[in-house]
Design a protein around this ligand. Structure first.
Ligand SMILES: [Zn+2]
Length: 65
């Protein structure tokens, strides 16, 4: 299972595998603790998770970077 989480530092969506304890944000290098991270979706495959991320980015269209 995969999780889509939000980096509390830079606000980007990232993909994490369930069972992982921490995940480093590829955008700002912050170490995120998965238990405490804000989870936005739960998917079965990495592909599904990345399409969720794409959809979320489109919807929010924050795109400040
Ligand atoms: Zn970040």
């Amino acid at each position: 299972m995969y999780l889509v989480i939000i980096c509390h530092n830079c606000g980007q969506f990232l993909l994490a595998k369930t069972g992982q304890k921490t995940r480093r944000c590829p955008y700002c290098e912050t170490r995120l603790v998965l238990d405490k991270a804000k989870k936005v979706a739960h998917t079965k495959t990495a592909q599904e998770a990345s399409s969720v991320i794409r959809a979320l980015k489109r919807k929010n269209s924050v795109g400040s970077l």
